[in-house]
Design a protein around this ligand. Sequence first.
Ligand SMILES: [Zn+2]
Ligand SMILES: [Zn+2]
Length: 352
Amino acid sequence: MSWYSKIYVAVREYRAKHRNGGWILTRCLNILLLTQLFFLWMTLYFYINVTVGYYVQSPVQATIYLIICSFLFVMSMWSLAKTLFTRVGRVPERYRPSKELEDRLKAVTPFENNRYVVEKSTAEQLKQQNIILEEMCTFCKVVVAECDQVGRLKYCYECGHLKPDRTRHCSSCGKCSIKYDHHCPWINMCVTHANYKYFLLYVIYTSLLVYWYLLTSLEGAVRYFIIQKWKEDLWKILYYLFSFVAGGVFGYYPLGELLIFHYQLIALNETTVEQTKPAVLRFDNAADYNMGKWNNFRSVFGWGLWMWPIESNEQDGLHFDIRYVNTQQRNRFVRVEEEQSSTPPSCESSTS
Ligand SMILES: [Zn+2]
Ligand SMILES: [Zn+2]
C-alpha cells in the first residue's frame, strides 16, 4: 500500500467514527489539487500582466503569446474538469453473485486479521474456490479472461463481486474500478477507464502550458536587465525567479515524467498497476493486451476527437482485445467462452 493510500484509509476509518470531523478531513485530501490550481491561475495572471502586458514590446507578438497561452490554459482546465466530473468506472451489479455462492467461497478461503488471505489457501481450497468462481461466472452470465497468479478467476472479497478484466481494487477509495490505472493524489481520485483520456490530456496541455510559459518568459527576464529599473521592477524579477524554479520543477516532475511514463504504457497497452503486476490471461501465460502501437493509442484516445476532452472511447471498460501468442490455447478459450456465455458474443466477448 502506498503512503497516500495509508492516509486515505486512515481518513476513511476516522470518518466512520467521526462524521463531521471526517467530512472536513476528506475535503482536505484536495490540498494537492487546490495547490496546483492556485499556481496555474497565478501563473496565468502574472503572465498576462508582466510578460505579455509589460515586457513584450510588439503588439503582434503579445497577441500571439496570448492566444497560444489562452488556448493551452482553456484546454488544460477543460480536461481537468472532465477528469474530475466524469464518474469513476465501477463494476456493474451483474458481476455480483448470489449470497449463497459468496458464502460458499468465503467458507473455503482462509481468514486472518480481518481479511481473506487467498495466498494462504491449500491446494484443495484453491480447487474448491475455482469451482465456485466458475459457478459464479455462470450465475452472473459473464465471461472473464484474467486470472490471478495461481490460475484462479478474480474475485474481490471486499466489494463482493467478480472482477472484470483489468479491474483492480483501489485501496485509497476502498472500491473496485474498471480498467484501473492508479489513484492520483494530485487530483484526489481514481484514474480509470472512464477518465484516463481526460487525465492524460490534462497532463499534456498543462505540460505544454508550463513549457510555453517558461520559454516565452525568458524574454521578460532578459528585458529586466536591459531596462534597468532595478528597484521599481524588483518584484517582477523575484516573481520570475520563483516561477522559473517552480515551473521547472513542476514541468519536470510530475508532468514531464508522467508524460514519458504514460507514453510507454499506452504503447504497450498497459496500465500503471499492470506494469508492476502484469495481467495473467487464462490458457495462455504469454498473452497480453498489446494490439500494436496504433491500436493501443486509438483504444485510449479514439479517432478524430483525440485532442479534445470529449468522449471518444470505443471500449466498454469490461472487455478488451487480447493478443494470444499460442493460437491453440486461444481457440480453447473461445470455446469455453462460447459454452459459458448465453449473451451475444459481440457484447460479452473478450477476444479479438
Ligand atoms: Zn473491490
Ligand atoms: Zn481510488
